[in-house]
Design a binder for this molecule. Structure first.
Ligand code: FRU
Length: 436
């Protein structure tokens, strides 16, 4: 397997072949980062949902293993999560990996509804056994799914966030990871599917809890094991068109909160695979009280892919003279800032696809999609450019957007145009190595 087909992403995860969607069962165990994922083993379109499985020792170089969970009498294998049971609460042994997933019986058939199930592994994910008394949670509402489990240190119990229906979610708790009590329902306006629930420290050193839904919107609040109390409105983290169903890793060795998203959508013509994951990002909180925002930034491991670096520095882009960045590379990690002007436009052509910075509107446009900017004097943009995507991180990750795209043919990788004098500081241009 060479992973070097024309449109194969070179530092984003794709399956060897066929369809993928949501990342599932993200867990770190004994030196190995596990990523399970929604997979159709038989086709490049959605269906036959099965958990694929890949492992990595640096979150970038992935090795795809045998599929982990196949459809059974309870249904096909929809999204879910994994944790390490350090204290043997479930009785499979201390350090067992517990995997929670939805068995998607049949949405419309009451006799075969969606239920939540458990599987476990006692050999770091090499062999996975389905629990014999599945399902562990019956059906509440038609489409309930996507269990995300975390150990809550304060109350010494497992907490599960579960999607119910419409914009409704619930929280459940358990001492043994097998019997669960539903104790709170919540609404995440405008959001459906794939919850995540985890703590982050704010600027005052306070532990805050994030309740997250598939579209990249989240609430920040407090949680004591009995009740999640939202302290913000629904905030947005993903401003692009393609980030969806993000999930964070359990049991990270250094306490980092690391997230990866499915890049929903995109075109991979004539490829043996369909769709990709985002680059893993580290999450942090900026601010405090109700004035708090989540930042996302590519994991520090990413710098190991930077193989050749230039620092062109301050440049002037004029109406007559475009600025061509000196590189022929197709895989790039580029950071630049642009000095704010009253009006006018800076175009950054990324392999023929124009990213438009419109000063008067104070917004960025990419692929007919608009991202509002803050009013910093010289906003800074970091672009991760792969064969079939651009991920944009603005002002240190305060605003982020994932975009899948198909590059234009034979275009120079990076050219800037402007209507009038525009000064830009091209801070870093890294050509990147492939992970395959
Ligand atoms: C989100 C989702 C989940 C579901 C899975 C099925 O993309 O619809 O809610 O579990 O995909 O593949």
């Amino acid at each position: 397997m060479t992973y070097n087909e024309t449109h194969r992403p070179q530092f984003h995860f794709t399956a060897k072949e066929n369809w993928i969607n949501d990342p599932n069962g993200l867990v770190y165990c004994d030196g190995v980062w596990h990523m399970f994922f929604q997979h159709n083993p038989e086709s490049t379109i959605w269906g036959n949902m099965t958990w694929g499985h890949a492992v990595s020792d640096d979150l970038l170089h992935w090795k795809q293993l045998e599929h982990a969970l196949y459809p059974d009498e309870h249904g096909t294998m929809f999204s879910g999560s994994a944790v390490i049971d350090h204290d043997n609460t479930a009785g499979f042994g201390a350090g067992a990996m517990l995997l929670f997933y939805t068995a998607a019986g049949n949405y419309a058939t009451p006799e075969r509804p969606y239920t939540q199930c458990l599987a476990y592994s006692t050999d770091n994910g090499k062999t996975i056994h389905k629990y014999e008394d599945n399902p562990i949670i019956g059906n509440f509402d038609k489409g309930n799914r996507d269990p995300k489990v975390i150990w809550h240190e304060g109350s010494q119990q497992w907490i599960m966030a579960l999607y119910l229906i419409d914009n409704e979610y619930c929280l459940l708790r358990s001492a043994d990871a097998k019997s669960w009590e539903r104790f709170q329902d919540l609404t995440l306006p405008g959001v459906t599917e794939c919850p995540d629930f985890f703590p982050l420290e704010d600027d005052n050193g306070n532990e805050r809890w994030i309740f997250w839904g598939a579209k990249g919107k989240y609430l920040v609040g407090s949680f004591d094991g009995n009740e999640f109390v939202p302290e913000t409105e629904a905030l947005t983290s993903e401003y692009g068109t393609n980030g969806y169903a993000a999930q964070t890793w359990s049991d990270t060795p250094d306490g980092r909160r690391i997230q990866i998203s499915w890049m929903q959508g995109g075109l991979f013509p004539e490829m043996p695979f369909n769709l990709q994951m985002s680059i893993p990002v580290e999450l942090s909180l900026v601010g405090s009280g109700s004035n708090v925002t989540m930042k996302r930034w590519p994991v520090s491991e990413f710098t190991s892919l930077q193989k050749q670096t230039t620092n062109p520095g301050m440049q002037n882009v004029t109406g007559r003279k475009p600025l061509t960045i000196e590189t022929e590379a197709k895989l790039l990690d580029v950071t630049f800032s642009a000095t704010r002007r009253e009006e006018g436009v800076l175009y950054t052509s990324i392999r023929g696809q124009s990213m438009v910075l419109d000063w008067k509107a104070n917004e960025l446009r990419f692929k007919d999609h608009t991202i509002a900017l803050d009013n910093s004097a010289a906003p800074e943009f970091r672009l991760l450019i792969d064969k079939a995507s651009v991920e944009i991180f603005i002002n240190g990750g305060m605003i982020t957007g994932s975009f899948s795209f198909l590059p234009g043919a034979y275009e120079h990788p990076l050219v800037m145009h402007s209507d009038a004098d525009q000064s830009v500081d091209i801070r870093e241009v890294h050509e990147l190595s492939s992970v395959w």
